[in-house]
Design a protein around this ligand. Structure first.
Ligand code: NCD
Length: 318
């Protein structure tokens, strides 16, 4: 098993071999999660604390289920938006929690880089559950597992990521992962929603949805991240749906067996047609949710193995 990391902060620092190891282990957790008794002892005796400073349904629920199915003691801290103050407050919170000897800290935070800061301050494994518009590594890994299972491979695929790229940590982590695995990534969206410097990312950029979707094997849709927008980036949602919303007519430009993905939460009728999102012949959105639990189990299992090994080396009782 080739996975040397102490923390999972982003895709940027993972090697292709580490990505493959994590996905391979995830497969065994997919099987476990489909059984009646979904239990393993991989995290037995360890304490996992989830700190979500931003709203979350699937990510928080799946980290909690993942920890519980692996036998950890899991605690969810409810972080009120009003208590968020950058810098000192976060460090104080981190030091307080650190004194309680957690083994895994899972954090989502609106500020890019906040999770890296946390990792510097504590002596346990830290998992990034999404930091600002920076990274969301477990989302990219669950997307990769979903693609690999649907397409039978994770290389040489034409993958279109569509919508609000500029504000999306999901897009950033996916671009990094899919690039490392040698896929051809296309970004589609209005120029106002493309990040600056996108020309250096090794991707193709389209502002015409039909042209961008041509021959795509995978179509990944993104939500308009209004909470990260200061001002208006689109003329209207109606106009946006007309030009960039995925419906059957636009999807017809993609490969006949193209799959449709969305990380959720979805805004039906804004970035995607509701009927298409529910079409089990095209949409793998529910598979993504299922893979999310398995990938988070694999990630925390691998981090816990490295944590135990490091503590053993340092002579700490394990
Ligand atoms: C995404 C996120 O929070 O970055 N959601 C998720 O984790 N499934 C995408 C989004 O909020 O649009």
């Amino acid at each position: 098993m080739s996975f040397g990391a102490t923390h999972l902060l982003g895709i940027e620092t993972l090697s292709p071999a580490e990505i493959v190891s994590l996905l391979d282990l995830s497969e065994s957790y997919v099987n476990l999660n489909r059984r009646d008794v979904k239990h393993s002892e991989a995290l037995a005796g360890l304490t996992q604390i989830n700190m979500f400073f931003e709203a979350s349904t699937r990510t928080q629920a799946s980290f909690e289920l993942a920890g519980k199915r692996l036998g950890a003691d899991v605690m969810n801290l409810t972080m009120q938006a009003s208590s968020i103050r950058k810098g000192e407050t976060l460090i104080d919170t981190a030091m307080t929690l650190n004194a309680m000897h957690p083994d895994l800290l899972v954090m989502r935070h609106p500020n890019s880089g906040a999770v890296n800061l946390l990792a510097e301050k504590v002596n346990c494994a830290v998992v990034n559950a999404g930091d600002g518009r920076h990274e969301h590594p477990t989302q990219a890994l669950l997307d990769a597992l979903t693609i690999r299972r649907a397409k039978g491979r994770l290389h040489r695929l034409r993958i279109a990521i569509c919508g609000d790229i500029a504000h999306s940590r999901v897009a950033r982590s996916n671009i990094l992962l899919l690039g490392k695995m040698e896929n051809r990534v296309r970004l589609i969206g209005p120029p106002t929603l493309m990040p600056s410097g996108v020309a250096d990312w090794g991707v193709e950029v389209f502002s015409d949805m039909r042209a961008g979707l041509e021959g795509a094997d995978v179509v990944m849709m993104l939500r308009l991240q209004k909470e990260r927008m200061d001002g208006a980036f689109i003329p209207s949602e109606r106009e946006y749906y007309h030009r960039f919303g995925l419906d059957a007519a636009k999807l017809a430009m993609a490969a006949p067996d193209a799959i449709v993905m969305h990380p959720g939460p979805m805004n039906r009728g804004v970035e995607i047609d509701g009927t298409l999102a529910d079409d089990i012949n095209r949409s793998v959105i529910q598979d993504q949710v299922e893979m999310g639990v398995a990938v988070r189990m694999a990630a925390m299992d691998l981090l816990a193995r490295n944590l135990r090994a490091a503590r053993q080396r340092d002579g700490v009782m394990v």
